[in-house]
Design a protein around this ligand. Structure first.
Ligand code: GUN
Length: 292
């Protein structure tokens, strides 16, 4: 099959241009520049890269951004105090705390401390609850990025069988809810598979749309995919490579080379879901700023 790429890089560029234009309009009318604050605790390599991308994306669309860094020796109380201070800061519209946080800090407590009005990551139970009920909410960035990519490529979800692999709070769980929601980008029949699913291969093979978010490199193989399926790969893994200057390259949860020829559409890694995720964060920050 002649597959088409779901080009997240190009799509996110278009959306960023739309956001940048809206920011210009807001500023020209005397409005406030949207402001995202990001808290980064410790020196985790992947988190450093993600946060750097987020800060750069803010610059590209004309947002203000503040990166607040702490050593991994910071106490839970100190971190909570900082979050409460930002919750009250009138100039800051959106706040994210990059996860994971060190083990001595409760992720749950941190997520619950961020004000739901500034929770542009959409991780707070209030936002997840509202999203689940189909109410206005900040939807977390990766699930929203997947939905936007599907929508921009006019991929029909209504009545389709979507198989989501992985049940994380950040991706699998929310994207399964969004796809089954009564909405233009939902109305799908969704099966949520995970590490305890016994007949995963057979279930996957029935899917019109597969969302791979299991966190295992090359997990989805061609024998799991129906001819003509749409495959969306959320995985990001660094693998050794002697063909690149850095000595590594990025791979997804899907064995792209083998799976792609069976697909109508497939996301590349990198350049698929990743850039869409960042754009969703920008969109949420813009919404938070406009609510003021
Ligand atoms: N860690 C991995 N993904 C994310 C994300 O979307 N937001 C935050 N804050 N941390 C993450």
């Amino acid at each position: 099959m002649n597959y088409k790429l779901l080009d997240g890089k190009e799509t996110s560029k278009q959306i960023k241009e739309e956001i940048a234009e809206e920011v210009k309009q807001i500023i020209s009318k005397g409005g406030k520049r949207p402001h995202l604050a990001a808290i980064l605790v410790g020196n985790d390599g992947a988190s450093e890269t993600y946060v750097a991308h987020k800060v750069k994306a803010c610059e590209q669309v004309g947002f203000k951004s503040s990166l607040i860094r702490f050593e991994d020796t910071i106490t839970e109380d100190e971190l909570i105090s900082k979050i409460k201070e930002i919750n009250l800061d009138e100039d800051i519209d959106g706040l994210i705390v990059q996860l994971p946080v060190p083990k001595h800090i409760s992720e749950e407590k941190i997520i619950e401390t961020v004000s739901p009005e500034k929770d542009v990551d959409g991780f707070h139970p209030i936002n997840i609850g509202r999203m689940t009920l189909g109410m206005n909410a900040f939807v977390s960035a990766t699930p929203q990025g997947i939905i936007d990519l599907i929508q921009r490529y006019n991929i029909k979800t209504s009545g389709k069988h979507c198989v989501v692999i992985g049940r994380s709070n950040i991706v699998g769980k929310p994207v399964s809810i969004l796809l089954s929601q009564k909405s233009n980008t939902g109305n799908a029949t969704v099966t949520l598979c995970h590490s305890r699913t016994t007949n995963l291969k057979e279930i996957c093979k029935q899917a019109d749309i597969v969302i791979a978010a299991i966190g295992k490199q090359g997990f989805v193989t061609e024998d799991m995919i129906k001819e003509g399926a749409v495959v969306i790969d959320v995985g990001i893994h660094r693998v050794k490579s002697d063909k690149t200057k850095t000595g590594w390259k990025l791979k997804g949860d899907v064995d792209f080379e083998k799976v792609a020829p069976k697909c109508t559409y497939i996301t590349p890694v990198p350049g698929g879901v990743g850039p869409m995720t960042i754009v969703s964060l920008l969109k949420n920050t813009l919404i938070a700023a406009k609510k003021k």
